[in-house]
Ligand binder design. Structure first.
Ligand code: HEC
Length: 196
């Protein structure tokens, strides 16, 4: 009897393994191409609007005016893209300003991969991964590609005036998102294509 119970547990585990396995089936070439295309489009569209608005706000009223424009929630576009593609759009990092953007385990693994590739001076390409629940995640590196970013993520005292940093610190007392230079990795885009 005990042996039978043991046997059924083994069978159940094997079946459970199978279902996760089937959800995790590798992406076909067509799927990979489609997810990559949509992922790139979503990231590019979001980034263009965000950096456009950021630079306008900076020109209008400096850091105090622009400080709320580096938050995806400030952009209705993010909601409309999320609904259109049934995705969750996130920026994730380990050098966190807003703790909502802290990388989860999977994101941290990807970010570490990019950090290693960058150290080896390799090209940083988008990465696609399918999760155990079937969702597909599109990742892309976020680098400091414009001097604009240094206004709020560069060195305090040189790139960022201490007065401006006071404004940032007031909103984000545990800020860990300064000290960056041009071309630095700042984090990753993480776009989850929800299967349901
Ligand atoms: C006017 C100041 C300002 C500028 C300019 C700015 N940021 Fe930010 N950045 C912030 C603030 C404030 C947050 C926190 C946003 C939030 O609450 O989600 C942030 C958050 C982020 C995050 C999310 C991770 C985290 O630490 O919360 C990334 C990634 C990021 N910025 C990248 C950039 C890049 C790349 C640029 C240049 C294109 C840039 N930022 C320009 C102020 C700025």
């Amino acid at each position: 009897m005990r042996r039978l119970a043991f046997f059924s547990i083994v069978v159940m585990l094997a079946l459970a393994g199978c279902t996760t396995q089937s959800n995790k089936k590798p992406l076909s070439e067509t799927e990979s191409r489609q997810y990559t295309e949509s992922g790139k489009l979503i990231v590019r569209t979001t980034f263009e609007v965000l950096s456009g608005q950021l630079s306008q706000a900076l020109a209008r009223g400096g850091v105090s005016e622009a400080v709320t424009y580096c938050n995806l929630r400030a952009y209705p576009l993010v909601d409309s893209l999320s609904a259109k593609y049934n995705v969750k759009i996130k920026r994730a990092t380990v050098w966190v300003r807003n703790t909502d953007n802290k990388a989860d385990n999977d994101e941290e693994i990807i970010l570490r991969e990019y950090i290693d590739l960058k150290t080896e001076e390799k090209h940083l390409k988008p990465i696609l991964r399918r999760k155990a629940n079937g969702d597909v995640v599109f990742y892309m590196p976020i680098q400091i590609t414009s001097p604009l970013c240094l206004n709020c993520h560069g060195n305090v005292g040189t790139d960022i005036t201490t007065a401006d940093y006071d404004i940032i610190k007031k909103l984000y007392p545990n800020d860990n998102a300064t000290g960056h230079s041009m071309e630095d990795l700042r984090g990753i885009w993480s776009v989850t294509f929800l299967q349901k």
